[in-house]
Design a protein around this ligand. Structure first.
Ligand SMILES: NC(=O)c1ccc[n+]([C@@H]2O[C@H](COP(=O)([O-])OP(=O)(O)OC[C@H]3O[C@@H](n4cnc5c(N)ncnc54)[C@H](O)[C@@H]3O)[C@@H](O)[C@H]2O)c1
Length: 321
């Protein structure tokens, strides 16, 4: 689908990925209507956009409030808002159902009422579960998520596909590897930087040494992938993987973060984890995505996992100092 869309609704635009998308869309000359309830978003991430006449902020909760009117004159929706914390699902079995599945249904219903044709969805590698094919392509199956978060995003993918075919909409679903970069609000790099700020001598690490082995994607690659994927959509619905071409162990991430914080001889305190060394219940042990589909449309990642983590750690250290 061509990026002709001039007025865009962006959900979760005050969060990590959403605020970078807001910057990109404004830079591209679009008008952006951002809805956020600031449950994990941060006003500081969008402060610089507030005086721009092409940026509108609506403080609203997509789960509880009717936001249909916000879609007036919008051509498409970047649906980024969600509860992205994979760990929570093991303790609260309703949170991802509410914040991810029901909120996505609310967005689709509002689009249907206002005749909005296009949606870009922020999905995840966790829909693949513990894949037996690595790197994992988009047509891998059967899809057996092992976290409630992953299952909620797979349900969203399915809902969006069905809305496209039933109501004539078009959609791309982007299945991200772990995304890192400035303004990050969660994730292993964020955890390590914040823990080491409190205690520069030791670092608690969830799991068993050397930890899980996953792919990390820089936010710039994530944003460029979304724009290219949307611009090249074929048919009504397509899912695209977005990730770097390699993966690294948690121990390597700890080493990189320590280097970037100029810390030496930090004692790593591995918790041992659950289910033979996973960080938490529902944590996938190995993740690397095949992104050939998006590469075939002209995208390629600028960062490998190590460089993405290094750059993200450097920015986070600057952000909090
Ligand atoms: N960061 C990653 O590594 C990663 C990986 C795969 C997928 N994703 C997906 O990308 C999206 C963005 O993730 P992120 O890392 O930027 O998370 P984030 O927590 O920084 O951003 C989410 C934003 O949505 C807002 N929000 C949440 N619930 C809302 C509601 N009910 N109403 C209005 N606003 C609400 C939050 O306040 C926040 O600003 C999520 O859908 C997440 O599942 C992220």
């Amino acid at each position: 689908m061509k990026m002709k869309d001039n007025r865009v609704l962006l959900t979760g635009g005050a969060g990590f990925i959403g605020s970078h998308l807001a910057d990109k869309l404004i830079e591209m000359g679009k008008s952006v209507v951002c809805i956020d309830n600031f449950s994990s978003g941060n006003m500081e991430y969008i402060d610089h956009l507030m005086s721009n006449p092409r940026f509108t902020l609506i403080r609203a909760d997509l789960f509880k409030e009717d936001f249909t009117e916000a879609l007036r004159d919008c051509d498409c929706v970047f649906h980024v808002a969600a509860n992205p914390d994979v760990r929570l699902g093991a303790d609260d079995t309703r949170i991802h159902l509410n914040q991810n599945v029901t909120v996505t249904h609310n967005v689709l219903e509002a689009m249907r009422k206002k005749d909005v044709e296009g949606i870009l969805f922020t999905s995840t590698s966790t829909v693949y579960g513990e894949a037996s094919v690595i790197p994992t392509p988009e047509d891998y199956g059967p899809l057996e998520p092992i976290s409630l978060y992953g299952s909620s995003k797979l349900a969203c993918d399915a809902l969006i596909s069905a809305y496209c075919h039933t109501f004539g909409m078009k959609a791309t679903s982007f299945r991200f590897a772990n995304v890192v970069g400035p303004r990050s609000t969660h994730g292993v790099t964020y955890d390590f930087v914040h823990k080491l700020r409190k205690d520069p001598q030791s670092l608690e690490i969830l799991g068993k040494e050397p930890g899980t082995q996953k792919s990390y994607c820089h936010i710039d690659d994530c944003v460029s992938g979304m724009i290219i994927g949307w611009g090249s959509l074929e048919g009504r619905f397509e899912a695209f993987n977005i990730g770097s071409d390699d993966s690294i162990f948690v121990k390597q991430i700890a080493d990189i973060v320590c280097e970037e914080m100029d810390l030496e001889n930090v004692k790593y305190l591995w918790t041992g984890g659950v289910d033979d060394g996973r960080g938490w219940r529902g944590d996938v042990r190995t993740m690397l995505l095949a992104s050939d589909l998006l590469k075939g449309r002209g995208w390629s990642p600028l960062y490998n996992s190590e460089d993405a983590i290094r750059e993200a750690a450097r920015c986070m250290v600057q952000e909090i100092s």
